[in-house]
Ligand binder design. Structure first.
Ligand SMILES: [Zn+2]
Length: 299
């Protein structure tokens, strides 16, 4: 089952849904960061949630979720765009705690703390930011509570990551269902019952359900149409050019010191764990470009 996202709306316009399959994306995140199983599940659930929320936002904004807790994992940062890209990391990727009730104990790993939701316009402008206490630290319930109580949109969220005995991600995905203005409370109650009786998101993905099938199963009694389908993937915005910019920002003194020590300038992107090294010739060229004499002096 390929990583893919779908958005649907019921024919009467009262319920909207987003579902996503993120198996490859979550395993990509695991490999990049070397996460242990509990951290793999926590990061995967957060990345999946970020994609679901980003799909309900504006076209030109980035969605950011920061979970901070007092448990051994400490926190997770996950970002997603409406284009279906996501990136993120766990503060302590080597976190693994004993299972609880036969499941990976993400809530225990995260502990008590808070969730910060940010919508950041890509072209500048006012940023939306909301901070709420964590309900359980299990991610899905925290997002649903934030949406229902803070954003005042009745919402159900399910996110899940199935980690295999070898530590790899076997299946991952999630869904978000929201009652829109005009939705009947009874219809939302029946939907809630249906969600409670349905298999978990990772089980739905494991048994071959794509995002449209997941929404079709949950919205069973409501005729609905697909508004959009798109691929999703782990993708970072870091680049060698941005690393050069960061080195320039260090200033000429620091760059000269590195050259004196004969060391390359090294930087690792925390979002994707890509390591960058700028070697001596390029470092010297950067330094020369910064200390060029007569720069603007005749203006
Ligand atoms: Zn990166």
């Amino acid at each position: 089952m390929a990583d893919r996202l779908a958005r649907m709306l019921t024919a009467d316009g009262t319920i909207r849904g987003v579902a996503v399959v993120t198996t490859t994306l979550c395993d990509d995140a695991r490999v990049r960061h070397g996460t242990f199983p509990t951290a793999t599940a926590a990061l995967g659930r957060a990345l999946t949630s970020a994609l679901l929320l980003a799909a309900t936002g504006k076209r030109d904004e980035r969605l950011s979720l920061e979970f901070a807790g007092n448990g051994p994992l400490r926190g997770i940062l996950a970002e997603a765009t409406p284009e279906g890209t996501a990136r993120g990391f766990a503060y302590r990727p080597k976190t693994d705690v004993p299972p609880r009730n036969g499941k990976l104990d993400v809530g225990g790993a995260l502990g008590a703390g808070q969730l910060c939701v940010m919508r950041v316009p890509l072209e500048g402008g006012a940023m939306y930011r909301s901070i709420v206490p964590l309900v359980s630290g299990e991610i899905g319930i925290d997002i649903a509570t934030y949406l229902t109580q803070s954003a005042q949109i009745p919402s159900a969220v399910g996110v899940g990551v199935l980690v295999g005995s070898d530590g790899g991600v076997m299946a991952a995905g999630g869904y978000l269902l929201q009652g829109m203005p005009g939705a009947e409370p009874e219809a939302l109650d029946r939907l809630t019952t249906r969600i409670e009786q349905a298999p978990s998101p990772s089980e739905l993905v494991r048994t071959g359900h794509g995002p449209v099938e997941i929404l079709g199963l949950l919205l069973a009694e409501h005729p609905a149409r697909v508004l959009e389908e798109r691929d999703v993937r782990f993708e970072c915005r870091c680049s060698p050019a941005k690393v050069r910019g960061a080195i320039i920002a260090m200033g000429t003194g620091e760059i000269a010191a590195l050259l004196d020590e004969g060391k390359p300038a090294e930087a690792t992107c925390e979002f994707c764990n890509t390591a960058y090294a700028v070697e001596e010739p390029e470092l010297r060229a950067l330094l020369d470009s910064l200390v060029e004499p007569g720069h603007g002096s005749d203006a």
